[in-house]
Design a protein around this ligand. Sequence first.
Ligand code: NAD
Length: 487
Amino acid sequence: MKTVQALNLIAGEWREASSGAWGISINPSNGEVLGRYADSSQVDGEAALEAARAAFERPEWSRDPRRRQMVMLRWADRLDTRKTELAHLLTLDNGKVLAQSLGEITSAISEIRYYAGLTRYMPGHVFEVEPGVFSSILKEPAGVAGIIVPWNAPVVLLVRSMAPALAAGCTVVVKPAPQTALITAALIEALHDCESLPAGVVNLVSEAGHDVAALLAQSSQVDVISFTGSNETGQRIMAAAAPSMKKLSLELGGKSSCLVFDDADVDRVAPAIAAAATVISGQQCTAARRVLVHGSCYARMKQALSAALLALPVGPGLERGAMIGPLIDEQAARCVAAQIDAAMEQAQEVLVRGGRAGGVLQGGAFVRPALVAHQDTSAAFIQEEVFGPLLVIERFEDEAEAVARANHSEFGLAASVWTHDGARGLRIARALKNGTVWINDHNKLFAEAETGGYKKSGLGRLHGYDALIDFQETKHIYQNVGLLSQI
Ligand code: NAD
């Protein structure tokens, strides 16, 4: 196939890295070279920051919500017309199955339209604090936003940060994950092509290493960092950002529990949880990781969940019928397979033996899902985020035990509760220390609903109206206008 090339976008121009270096993109389904991307250095990052700063200081973008809306709507329309082609590229770049790629692009388009609408609804408020003395509270764009995204859902996670940033009036420098630099450049190209987008508002700098990301985190030219990725990197970014005291939005790791009560329909719930655990081959921050089941249906659930996991076909993302594609790359496949092997070694019971796939799949980064049963919540494979298809089943006897088990985690991203008892669903949802709790579903994430983490799962919220907060400052303007009688 024809290889694809991703350049940097700086000050409205597509450019190679200043060093002329390239990184190589690999198709994780078969290890073949897919294309190349500019492998940039801090020099390129600095040029992008200069462009973003200059664009922010001019009024055409930061002070013109109607223009911002128009550009964003055009961007969404352009992506819509290229949806199938982009989904294909996403599957080649990331490995996920085509239906999931299409779903991701569709929700990203919907999210751009949501924030395009909000550009024209950023109200402040005014009040008379004393006779003749007015206070106006205004929302202002925060400035230049540095957006650092991971590879697992590179389209929707880019849009989830970038759309509210642009809607608020910020200018941006995007640093994609090296593994998915190609699809990121294709998305930004569709935006760059929109007339009325001033040069420098949107900049893209890709790299094989982390120098540009580190520059964004520490530079005083960046006002906001919106980072999605691992806790380890999130902590590094937080430390690097501290001297400049910039605003930080951190969307980090998770270890989601699904709490299944005695009145749940096991035959319906098991396939839903199996799908929630293996979406993007288990490489989703909110993927189902722990299944906590009431004692009365524990044995049935073990059987049904095992059967549901074994029924999911593993194969290349473009192959008809495949439900689980490869992991992102060979290194991830090796690391996750080793974590699954260790869990199968240490767990009380192995229900589905997963791990590295062989045979016709051995040329790609494929890992088959695994299910183990274990009661001790302090086990490393219950506490640590394994970013792949490993599922652990645990047994509980009452609501208090279910909640205590689920809350025994340093993460607090998402969880689900499965019960037909509405009062119990809400009671448990309130008791769980998670940013999102689904009742009788899992992984429902969309533009209108704020998402983010409790505890070590992050800071701030993306999606929804509150995402704008990460990209805005609040200004108080005080004005003593006096009273007619005093003039
Ligand atoms: P990662 O932290 O390794 O990388 C994320 C981004 O940071 C990439 O662009 C990467 O190039 C960059 N990066 C990596 N090391 C860096 C460093 N030392 N300095 C600066 N930047 C650096 O994460 P990943 O492996 O790409 O993604 C998986 C993680 O992301 C998982 O932990 C997952 O739970 C998390 N995640 C969270 C959410 C959420 O909404 N909370 C969504 C998706 C993924």
